[in-house]
Write a protein that binds this ligand. Structure first.
Ligand SMILES: Nc1nc2c(ncn2[C@@H]2O[C@H](COP(=O)(O)OP(=O)(O)OP(=O)(O)O)[C@@H](O)[C@H]2O)c(=O)[nH]1
Ligand SMILES: [Mg+2]
Length: 199
């Protein structure tokens, strides 16, 4: 995969605003502040595409980015697990995520981002349960690998695999700051896009 072009398409706050699924979608999910927007900028090679470093928990939109003129969409999902969020906001988050997973799409895959230094949170487990429920395949991306040594990173990868009961090959180690893991991510995007989901 070579990403030649990446552009902001739209942001959706309600089910009615979700674009009709014209292209395969790779959604980027994870707790607030895990590095979702930084990941999108890193992968697309465009540091200004998705807004980063804003106050955690503020993005309540599903933001769509069109890659290579509609070859596929990268979808920045609103983060979860931010402490200062009202029950009403949590409900809205769940409604929007469920609407997203239920909406029509050519194909859907989730990159679930987890901070490499942390164990999966209850929010991560909830997200994984959504994906099993809606039969959406996913890959775990361990972010901020620059914070650990290479051997520590491998240990964290094993710990994450056993905590989530998934295989190592479904976990990619990455760092937006150190620009690490990009070729693995682009290879995974190729694999995801090439899987035939027609019946
Ligand atoms: N050390 C390190 N910090 C990172 C990396 N990626 C992101 N960050 C930092 O983590 C913070 C949050 O990054 P964002 O990309 O805005 O995180 P997000 O998941 O989009 O956050 P929300 O939109 O609030 O859910 C920022 O201070 C980033 O600079 C990384 O690879 N290494
Ligand atoms: Mg963000």
């Amino acid at each position: 995969m070579v990403i030649k072009k990446a552009e902001y398409l739209t942001g959706a706050a309600f089910r009615e605003q979700l674009p009709s699924g014209a292209a395969p979608e790779i959604a980027v999910a994870g707790r607030s502040n895990v590095g979702k927007s930084s990941f999108i900028n890193f992968v697309t090679g465009n540091s200004k595409l998705a807004k980063t470093s804003k106050e955690p928990g503020r993005t309540r939109l599903i933001n769509y980015f069109s890659i290579n003129g509609g070859e596929f969409y990268l979808v920045d999902l609103p983060g979860y697990g931010f402490a200062r969020v009202s029950d009403d906001e949590k409900r809205k988050w769940a409604q929007l995520i469920e609407a997203y997973f239920r909406a029509e799409a050519v194909k859907r895959h989730v990159f679930l981002l987890i901070d490499i230094r942390r164990d999966p949170t209850p929010g991560d487990v909830t997200m994984i349960n959504y994906m099993y429920h809606y039969a959406i395949p996913f890959t775990v991306i361990l972010t901020k690998a620059d914070k650990l040594s290479r051997s520590q990173a491998m240990t964290r990868r094993r710990a994450t695999a056993s905590a989530l009961k998934i295989g190592y090959d479904n976990i990619i180690i990455s760092s937006a700051h150190a620009r690490q893991g990009k070729s693995d991510i682009l290879t995974r995007i190729d694999e995801v896009l090439s899987i035939d989901v027609s019946e």
